[in-house]
Write a protein that binds this ligand. Structure first.
Ligand SMILES: NC(=O)c1ccc[n+]([C@@H]2O[C@H](COP(=O)([O-])OP(=O)(O)OC[C@H]3O[C@@H](n4cnc5c(N)ncnc54)[C@H](OP(=O)(O)O)[C@@H]3O)[C@@H](O)[C@H]2O)c1
Length: 244
């Protein structure tokens, strides 16, 4: 039996995670923490194997260090960790002999979307990403969009070269760039999380599209990550690394 703490348990993802973990016979939910609780104190009170962080980009870095330094595995769904912070936290995880599973997207179909995009990138000239989220999302672009751009760029470093000869009349209208790939972030009520990856080549386009209809979409991947913690040491970035 694996003992789990959820940090951010009152949030939209946290509530879905509380339900999913409570209904899984292999997991025991030992504590539900939120903003007014002390993570430090909870880690010394409850004997947790894994802490799931579903909080806010402003606190996730400190949370992850606290979790790992208390010698627990960390499963992180919260977005906003920089590459440097990921590296540093990965080092702490390795030193502690614990796993740090950071998953910008727990939805299995979103992982497939990224895989298909890596394949398409090798054959297409240009690519842009549009990601759509609810209007309460704190950060942009989404962690999934950043990760998608990373994977496309690794698969095809020359994508979107040469740069277009263009003038931005309104600053920001061509989106933000990760590597050479423009990312456009929409924030609207009524949306959970969607993403379109649009490729263009001479005379043709290809759109790879993923729509999240409810937060239930994230739960099988989250449970898979929690159960995989004991198999890994150090940083694992992306659920796709657990699927092979
Ligand atoms: N990996 C994935 O598949 C995936 C999917 C969806 C969302 N996300 C990410 O998961 C995170 C949570 O999303 P959400 O939609 O559930 O947000 P949310 O509804 O705002 O929930 C976040 C919860 O964390 C609490 N919180 C804030 N600061 C905290 C702290 N220092 N310690 C403990 N709890 C704290 C919030 O409290 P207050 O409301 O009082 O501030 C809130 O209850 C975001 O970063 C989001 O981008 C990831």
């Amino acid at each position: 039996m694996t003992n789990v703490i959820i940090n951010g348990a009152n949030g939209k993802m946290g509530q879905a995670a509380v339900n999913a973990i409570s209904n899984d016979n292999a997991l025991t939910l030992v504590a539900e923490l939120d903003k007014d609780d002390s993570l430090d104190q909870a880690l010394s009170t409850y004997s947790a194997d894994v802490v799931v962080d579903l909080t806010h980009p402003s606190c996730v870095y400190d949370n992850v260090k606290t979790i790992l330094n208390a010698s627990c595995h960390a499963v992180v769904g919260t977005t906003g960790l920089t590459d440097e912070q990921l590296h540093e936290c990965g080092e702490i995880a390795s030193q502690q002999n614990k796993s740090l599973l950071v998953c910008p997207n727990f939805a299995i179909a979103a992982i497939l979307m990224m895989r298909f995009a890596e394949q398409a990138a090798k054959f297409m000239d240009r690519c842009e990403i549009i990601e759509y989220h609810h209007d309460k999302k704190a950060d942009s672009p989404s962690g999934t969009a950043i990760k998608t751009a990373d994977l496309i760029s690794q698969a095809q470093p020359s994508i979107n070269t040469p740069p277009l000869d263009e003038t931005e009349i309104i600053k920001g209208s061509r989106g933000g760039n990760k590597h050479t790939i423009p990312i456009h972030s929409l924030r609207l009520p009524g949306i959970v999380a969607n993403q379109d990856i649009i490729f263009g080549s001479q005379g043709q386009t290809l759109t790879i599209k993923h729509d999240t209809i409810s937060r239930d979409a994230f739960m099988p991947g989250l449970l898979m990550a929690i159960k995989a913690t004991h198999l890994h040491k150090g940083l694992v970035y992306g659920l796709e690394n657990l699927l092979d």
